[in-house]
Design a protein. Structure first.
Length: 279
């Protein structure tokens, strides 16, 4: 419970009494449960008592602005509080402030995911479902090769492509953690790091990729950008066992290809192969 410092109106604040009201109580305490000061001024403070509508009273000094109560963890229960400030003339109180303790979601029990082709050029991890642990909201966060979390958690709905969800670069190992959160903002524990094996998200996009029929040559402007992971290239004719390695970093020629034949270009990164066809 926290509050703004009281104004003593000419006489210094002597301290504060913070009351936790009994269950179901919402009114300012009165009688012996209220703070008072004897008269005539300057008088002595008469501390508010526990009992009746007051479950607990904590006294703090004039420089305090917050009090922490223990034992206020029963789920879906409303806890109400009042702060009294006093000097030698009088006591003054805040309005009743209340809070409802909401249950935190449980742990995520399982995640269904696997590496798959998002499209012809993108190899990524697809999350197909989450056993959410009781919360209506889910959060996901990237994890590096050392098990440290990267960046900030992102909200998601239990399915989606990992790199897109986390806005991470291609070539980075696709590992993550998930947790379940309530609509009130509290979250359960993070799941185990998944998956147990290190597999990168990859792009196989080749800028300006083209098959030149007269030259019998595939060409492209640059290798796919996978954060430094090496790409290798090979090409061939459909139905032929002959596989030719690329002659340069941006060309792969198939001299024996006949006009009109169907030809392919393979791009391999981290053991994953994408195949492109001329038609």
């Amino acid at each position: 419970m926290s509050w703004a410092p009281f104004n003593g109106n000419g006489d210094a604040i002597g301290g504060y009494y913070v009351q936790r009201l009994a269950d179901g109580q919402t009114a300012i305490p009165s009688g012996p449960q209220a703070c008072s000061v004897t008269s005539p001024a300057p008088g002595d403070v008469v501390p508010p008592a526990s009992g009746g509508s007051v479950a607990e009273v904590v006294q703090v000094g004039p420089d305090a602005s917050s009090v922490q109560f223990t034992g206020t963890v029963t789920e879906s229960t409303r806890y109400s509080f009042v702060v009294w400030g006093f000097n030698r003339a009088a006591c003054a109180n805040t309005e009743v402030a209340g809070i409802v303790v909401r249950p935190a979601p449980g742990a995520v029990n399982g995640v269904q995911s696997d590496m798959a082709w998002m499209n012809q050029e993108t190899w990524d991890r697809y999350i197909a479902g989450v056993d959410a642990g009781g919360g209506p909201r889910l959060q996901i966060i990237a994890v590096d090769a050392n098990g440290a979390q990267i960046g900030q958690p992102a909200d998601f709905r239990g399915t989606g492509w990992l790199r897109t969800l986390l806005n991470r670069p291609f070539g980075e190992t696709a590992r993550f953690q998930v947790r379940s959160c309530s609509v009130w903002g509290s979250c359960g524990p993070w799941s185990a790091i998944m998956p147990s094996t290190a597999t990168p998200s990859l792009t196989f996009a080749l800028p300006s990729r083209v098959w030149d029929e007269p030259a019998k040559t595939w060409s492209w402007a640059a290798a796919p950008d996978n954060s430094g992971l090496t790409a290798t290239f090979s090409c061939g004719v459909d139905g032929s066992a002959d596989r030719r390695a690329a002659q340069s970093a941006t060309t792969c020629q198939i001299p024996n290809a006949k006009d009109g034949e169907r030809v392919w270009l393979d791009v391999e990164v981290a053991g994953v192969i994408a195949r492109y066809w001329n038609r």
